[in-house]
Design a protein around this ligand. Structure first.
Ligand SMILES: Cc1cc2nc3c(=O)[nH]c(=O)nc-3n(C[C@H](O)[C@H](O)[C@H](O)COP(=O)(O)OP(=O)(O)OC[C@H]3O[C@@H](n4cnc5c(N)ncnc54)[C@H](O)[C@@H]3O)c2cc1C
Length: 458
């Protein structure tokens, strides 16, 4: 089978979806979206029924319409400071405009009106208290969709696309076709599809595939950092003052011992800790619902590592650490902070006696110091102590640490301001291209590629 289109988009995560929406809104170009996962209504994690990850390929949590964001917490971070590196391509001012543009589209499709983090007096006070605890607080405006709303918004995006945007689900792109030095289409297990413009938006789940394709096509790649750490779970009251005002606190700590950057990430008030399966590798994440509330709040604590020459395989490094946790526990390890401090593993009995009841029941009590390198352990302990000065209770013996949480950022190809690679007609956008790491900037990346295409075709 061979069919011709004006544009082919690989991946239907926020980057791919916003590219399609923008193209559809401003042109009559024919578009094919190829997505290896299912449509959103059919994305069902079988684990929910059996309580154990079945390692499905593709994983319904990370693949399908809506991409990795479909069952995400749906926190739209409305700031240029987080969520990606697009500022390097378009500058701060234009990025801020584009963030407002995509945010308005989310709201039009059902994202709630309320924005957290607009109480500047409170945030100034919190910033001062953070500084006294050796922490840097970065204020951010956040719109929280909640997992159930995110799905509704994604259905709305799908319904908004006209028939000239074809979506193929359950079909993986194997190869990007390049002929006479420019993009020519894609090859899937179903056949060949041709188009003079190919937008590659494979997300983190497709990062390794993208690296291999880029290598085959001769695109030079720049290694990105890898963030490795744990998910921290505390009673919601410990962080309530902050989460009520700001929803989440974006906090950075520079460790004394190693001068590493440690940051809080993805705070989920009254949320739950979840497992994430990236092509067989089980790591930890978290989310919260808009209407359902647990007694706990969780957030990630991540150490950022940018490797220098000659090492250039940060993804493999992160995977190797996560593999160790998988080896020891079959998935995710949970440990009480008190046990970690005392150099002993946690047990089911000690956790059951604890103040914090684990929201991820499948996590296996164990010892994270057998998994994370010494440097990471020191960084994380120092940060927990500093955070405790801002929100007393974080360094409690009962605080639960789940490991490991890893954020892989794909290697980045050289890109123009319109996110076009050195191969004319081939675009690389979103988390899979290493230029974003959140819903909002991934969506902005889609708009940028679409506008570049629209400018080229006139
Ligand atoms: C549990 C969880 C919670 C999160 N919570 C938040 C949050 O609250 N706020 C936030 O800003 N961000 C959050 N994120 C991150 C956010 O989801 C991502 O940054 C965002 O989805 C990236 O968008 P993307 O389009 O680049 O990639 P993705 O969303 O990963 O989409 C890529 C798509 O491409 C498909 N694909 C890959 N390779 C191929 C191929 N070869 N052929 C065909 N299809 C392919 C994949 O199946 C996938 O559906 C969360 C992520 C997770 C996993």
């Amino acid at each position: 089978m061979s069919r011709e289109y004006d544009v082919i988009i690989i991946g239907a995560g926020p980057a791919g979806i916003f590219c399609a929406l923008e193209l559809a809104a401003h042109s009559s170009l024919s578009v094919l979206m190829v997505e290896k996962g299912r449509e959103v209504a059919k994305r069902q994690c079988v684990k929910e029924a059996s309580d154990a990850c079945r390692q499905c390929q593709p994983c319904s949590i990370t693949s399908g319409w809506g991409g990795a964001g479909a069952f995400s917490d749906g926190k739209l971070t409305l700031t240029t400071e987080f969520g990606g590196w697009l500022e390097e391509y378009v500058g701060k001012e234009r990025l801020a405009e584009l963030i407002a543009y995509v945010d308005a589209i989310y709201v039009r499709h059902g994202a709630p009106d309320r924005v957290f983090g607009e109480d500047s007096d409170y945030l100034e006070g919190l910033k001062r208290r953070a500084a006294q605890a050796d922490l840097r607080l970065i204020p951010a405006r956040i719109r929280h969709m909640g997992t159930e709303n995110t799905e509704r918004v994604l259905q709305g995006f799908r319904a908004a696309l006209p028939a000239r945007v074809e979506v193929h689900h359950n079909e993986a792109v194997q190869r990007i076709l390049v002929e006479d030095g420019r993009a020519a289409g894609v090859l899937t297990e179903q056949g060949q599809y041709r188009a003079p413009r190919v937008v590659c938006a494979p997300g983190r789940i497709g990062a390794q595939w993208f690296v291999e394709e880029a290598g085959r096509l001769g695109l030079a790649l720049r290694s990105n950092q890898v963030d490795v750490g744990v998910r921290v779970e505390v009673p919601a009251v410990v962080l309530e003052e902050i989460t009520d005002h700001a929803w989440e606190a974006k906090i950075v700590y520079y460790s004394r011992h190693f001068d590493d950057t440690v940051r809080t990430f993805c705070m989920n008030p009254h949320g739950e800790v979840v497992m994430e399966n990236t092509e067989g590798l089980v790591t930890v994440n978290g989310h919260s619902w808009a209407g359902k509330r647990s007694d706990n709040t969780n957030f990630a604590l991540l150490v950022s590592q940018q490797f220098t020459e000659p090492f250039n395989q940060p993804i493999l490094y992160g995977r190797s650490i996560a593999c160790l946790a998988n080896l020891l526990s079959g998935g995710v390890i949970v440990q009480r902070y008190g046990d970690l401090q005392r150099g002993r593993r946690s047990t089911r009995e000690r956790i059951a006696r604890g103040v914090v009841s684990p929201s991820l029941r499948e996590a296996v009590p164990g010892d994270l110091s057998l998994v994370l390198p010494h440097r990471y352990m020191v960084d994380l302990k120092e940060t927990i102590q500093a955070l405790d000065r801002l929100a007393p209770g974080i360094a409690s013996d009962h605080t639960l640490l789940y490991g490991v949480e890893v954020k892989f950022y794909s290697a980045r190809p050289r890109l123009s301001a319109g996110l076009q690679t050195e191969i004319p007609g081939l675009y690389a956008i979103g988390d899979g291209a290493g230029v974003t790491r959140g819903l909002v900037q991934a969506s902005v990346a889609g708009v940028l590629a679409a506008r570049d295409i629209l400018a080229e075709v006139g």
